[in-house]
Design a protein around this ligand. Structure first.
Ligand code: ZN
Length: 584
């Protein structure tokens, strides 16, 4: 409310007293009118001129220039208007025709995990089995003993059974090797790693986890879902300093793609501590909502420990940091058939995958967190998981009444047609990872054989949600997939391989417009993060968070969107990323 009144105050001043001394007056009891008429306007700290500023305000206006003072926009308009606010100390950024958007908001991302990958043995770029093995061999030869950990390998290269330990055992190193798949739900362990974790032929599958086996019953090396925890439990924990360094590295990576706000989708106490450590060093370059994991799978804390961390969250908050969000995993993933489906997987009798939380347990959790004023962020891949999430929001609505907690469901690979309209009706935001929405190897090699063509055709129904007036936001799920919002925007628009001009389309009917996706990555996600009065559009009174692009997304062919470069990123008027010389 406070910000709105400042905005109104400034707008009124602009209209009635063009050269008003803003510093001399306040809305409540300003100086007499004569004094105002003679005074000069207080200069801006920073002005941006000569640009195409797509403001994402209510009218989706395009401006030429903007002025910033104390980290907020004070005026958005054309060059001549903005010039009145240039003083001797004002910095000027000449945009030279470049395009400006509000800073991107990534509504589902894992910055610390991604940071660890960037700092360690990162396999994201390796696109063949040979390339992965050669990269791991290189990493093994580098410094350090102990565990050799590799990040973000491409599971789609290995077929339904997953990768085998034999390939890792052939690498000449005494170190146990554990490689995490990019989806976060599968791991690949060497024989030494399995041995250290005590996983042998006798080991039973843990609840909600799978230890894949060779024909002779020995573990094959592929560990799914909770089976990964058997390895994680025997690995040394990283120090708080290393954790904070990984987080900072991850956030910088996001800034380089124009991201200024994000939702960290999987946190525990170590994340709260790392965020606060960066904040105390003035090194947290983003506005953040984090979601504390709860439940029987993937939770970083359970039982008493969860309650203690939840109760302590306010100690780790600041103007940029909010922890009022709970993450619930409702199912697994389609790869390995751990996602929960309404109709069985193809070729497997009556197997539909498991819900991680039974309906009663899930309803109770969402009702409880909703009553506490917390946002619930749900992971749901299969259509049965999506339905159970919507049912739980409906149960909370019935029990607690209409609130303002802004619950959302991420991933949404399959949504039953009957559930599409429930997103809008239940005010539950659809959090899509649009970078997955094209017929790649994951879909064609791993999903198609177990789902059949009809369900694959219905995947990621972004256009349907929009038509039924559901709210769409976008998230990268980095380092599961690329952090670049421009790639996700292109994929949502085309649903074709972003690196090819043409090719197979994953259901043309689900395509959406560039403008829809800009809204998803700006104002819609700002609303989801409860910061729409602060960010998400370029308007007087809001924080000066922007991304400068080298091209106008609304004027170029869709095939070019993923090639657009981020020129600079500003957070609260401060440059947090700069990729080429720009005059300022
Ligand atoms: Zn995720």
């Amino acid at each position: 409310m406070k910000n709105t009144s400042v905005v109104n105050c400034l707008n009124i001043l602009k209209l009635v007293v063009p050269v008003a001394a803003l510093s001399l007056m306040s809305c409540d009891g300003g100086p007499p009118a004569e004094e105002i008429q003679e005074a000069r306007p207080e200069p801006a700290d920073l002005v941006l001129i000569n640009g195409g500023i797509y403001t994402v305000d209510a009218e989706r206006r395009v401006a030429q220039a903007a002025a910033v003072r104390d980290g907020r926009f004070v005026l958005v308009g054309d060059n001549s208007e903005i010039e009145t606010l240039v003083g001797p100390e004002t910095r000027t950024i000449d945009l030279d025709g470049r395009w400006v958007l509000p800073g991107f908001h990534d509504a589902h991302v894992h910055p610390a995990m991604g940071g660890f990958a960037l700092l360690g043995c990162d396999l994201e770029a390796e696109k063949s089995v040979e390339a992965i093995i050669s990269k791991v061999t290189e990493c093994a030869a580098e410094s350090g003993g102990g565990w050799l950990e590799g990040h973000a390998f491409d599971l789609s290269l290995f077929g339904q059974d997953g990768p085998n330990k034999a390939l890792l055992d052939a690498i000449d190193t005494p170190r146990p090797i554990i490689l995490w798949a990019s989806d976060g739900h599968n791991a690949w362990a060497s024989s030494k790693a399995l041995e250290r974790a005590g996983i042998g032929v006798e080991t039973m599958d843990p609840a909600l986890g799978v230890i894949e086996r060779n024909p002779d019953g020995t573990p094959s090396g592929t560990l799914r879902e909770t089976a990964q925890e058997l390895v994680r439990a025997v690995m040394p924990k990283s120090t708080p300093e290393a954790y904070a360094e990984a987080l900072q590295t991850g956030v910088s990576h996001l800034n380089s793609f124009g991201i200024t706000s994000f939702i960290d989708a999987w946190v525990g106490l170590e994340d709260y501590e790392a965020y606060m450590a960066l904040e105390q060093q003035n090194a947290l370059h983003a506005r953040v909502v984090t979601c504390l994991t709860f439940g029987s799978s993937f939770a970083k804390h359970v039982g008493e420990a969860f309650e203690r961390v939840l109760a302590a969250r306010k100690d780790y908050e600041s103007e940029r940091l909010n922890h009022d969000c709970i993450k619930l995993f409702l199912d697994g993933v389609l790869e390995g058939e751990t996602a929960a489906l309404l109709d069985p997987y193809v070729g497997v009798h009556s197997h539909r995958g498991e819900l991680i939380l039974g309906p009663e347990e899930l309803d109770a959790a969402v009702i409880r967190f909703d009553a506490m004023g917390l946002q619930v962020h749900m992971h749901a891949i299969g259509d049965r998981a999506v339905r159970s999430g919507l049912d739980a929001v409906e149960a909370a609505l019935k029990t607690n009444g209409i609130g303002d907690n802004r619950h959302h469901i991420s991933h949404l690979q399959l949504i039953h047609v009957d559930d599409i309209e429930r997103f809008g009706a239940l005010n539950t935001t659809a959090n899509f990872q649009a970078a997955w929405a094209y017929p790649d190897d994951w879909i064609m090699e791993l999903n198609l054989p177990v789902l059949g063509a009809e369900r694959v055709q219905g995947m990621y129904p972004i256009g349907s949600i929009e038509r039924e007036e559901g709210r769409i936001v976008g998230g990268s799920d980095w380092n599961v997939s690329s952090a670049n919002p421009l790639e996700a925007i292109e994929l949502a628009v085309r649903r074709q391989d972003a690196n090819a001009e043409e090719g197979p389309v994953l259901n043309e009917g689900e395509r959406v417009s560039v403008a829809t996706m800009i809204d998803a990555y700006t104002i819609n996600a700002a609303w989801l993060m409860h910061q729409e009065d602060q960010t998400g559009s370029i308007e007087a009174g809001k924080r000066a968070d922007i991304v400068v692009l080298d091209r106008n997304l609304l004027e170029i062919p869709a095939t070019e969107i993923n090639e657009v470069q981020v020129v600079m990123t500003l957070l609260g008027g401060e440059v947090i990323y700069l990729n080429q010389d720009i005059r300022y």
